[in-house]
Design a protein around this ligand. Sequence first.
Ligand code: ATP
Ligand code: MG
Length: 477
Amino acid sequence: MFYFRSLYVRLMVAYFIIILTALSVLGILLSTFFQRYIMETSKEELIREGKAISQYINLYLKGYIDSSVLHYQYQIIDRFLGTTIWVTDELGYVWSSHNSAMLEEVDWDNQKVTVDEFTQVLSGETITRIGKFSESFPVPVLTVGMPWTLNNKIRGTIFLHSPLEGINRTLRDTYQSIWRSAILTSIFSMILLYFISRRFSKPLTEMNEISREIATGNFKRRVKVKTRDEVGQLAVNFNAMADSLEKLELMRRSFVANVSHELRSPLTSMRGYIQGVLDHAISGEGQEKYLKIALEETERMNRLINDLLDLSQIQTGNFSMQFKVVDINEIIRRILIEREDRILDKNMDVDVDFEKDVFLVKGDPDRLKQVVINLMDNAIKYNREGGLLSIKTWQHKENVYVKIADEGPGISKEEIAHIWEPFYQVDKSRTQKKGGVGLGLSIVKKIIEAHDQKIWLNSQEGKGSAFIFSLQSVKNH
Ligand SMILES: Nc1ncnc2c1ncn2[C@@H]1O[C@H](COP(=O)(O)OP(=O)(O)OP(=O)(O)O)[C@@H](O)[C@H]1O
Ligand SMILES: [Mg+2]
């Protein structure tokens, strides 16, 4: 739980840092951009106003307007930009001035402007400065200085001082709205992130919990799959893994139960017979008979244990195969002859149909023998009295096919899927009377698979079954 919580927290923190950084960078960039922009436009504005004043001064000096009109113009500029205005003569004496409403009242009239900028402006330059303008003002101002001319001759200077306070107020307003929207965006994205991160980490947390449960042997829980992304796919695979683990565990348990059961029944009957002989409850002739039965039981157990060993070797992959070239027809022939008595006992007809006399295939001879024995024993065991046992081999392309068919009870469609499982028997109580524990077909299938070949079952209930398997053909020379 802890780790995934921390993943979740880490996600949130990482997202948040990214958003915060992005917003900060954006804020700083916007702020500096605005600052420069507002400064620039303020400068341009002051220069424009300076030029206007210069024209009004001309008008005034030529007598077209009187000083009140001039001062009225000053006031308009002041209201607009909060500007203190000095108009000086060539010597630097202020002969017309206006105090900004935002700055201290100082009577600038007749004062002499001594700053360096004055000479610069008088020589024809237009200057801009930011600062207190040589301590002329208590607060920083944006100053624009330019000459004014009369009859194309420089006759003095105009200085316009606009307190930065006024300019900054606009900036502050801009900053404020930038930061306000940044904070709003952060809050909004945090809420969004909360849900996204939770959605992202929830299946992981769940898988973590469930995997721990599986480790303790509880296979019941599954992850709820909600997305189709990588996490969703992981959840799907995780569930599939849990399914197969559960199945495997079930198989393992039933396997152990089956093995114990199958070992117990021959042991119990052997014990009964031996005990009977020891107790002298059975007469001399009977004794031999019972001891023979007990011996048969030991053989049955031996077979069972061999089958189990085979199966476990196949399952663990320690199943060594010695591939050779063998004649599958010869194998079938031998096994058939060995079973002659049993076939006759059941009055069965045998139909052998080999497409060719010799069919050389690649395979482990002992294992292939095991396959044919198991299939043929089943066919004999489950065939009806007097039924037909038909065996056929033929070639198709690269493969040789073997079919072993009987006219027994057949196997229903639902059962076909299961008969390859170890210990599976169609009708346990009925088939067990015929001997066997249900390992034969599972071994057959594993052997065929180890040969990279396939086995099929065609069966119709009531009519019979036909097992067909393929083998890799080896060309006859
Ligand atoms: N030819 C067949 N006809 C009808 N049912 C069959 C046939 N072959 C197999 N089966 C069914 O499939 C089950 C599994 O067969 P399998 O050969 O694995 O076990 P078994 O014959 O019962 O025991 P074992 O082979 O271990 O001695 C059988 O119990 C039987 O019910
Ligand atoms: Mg069998």
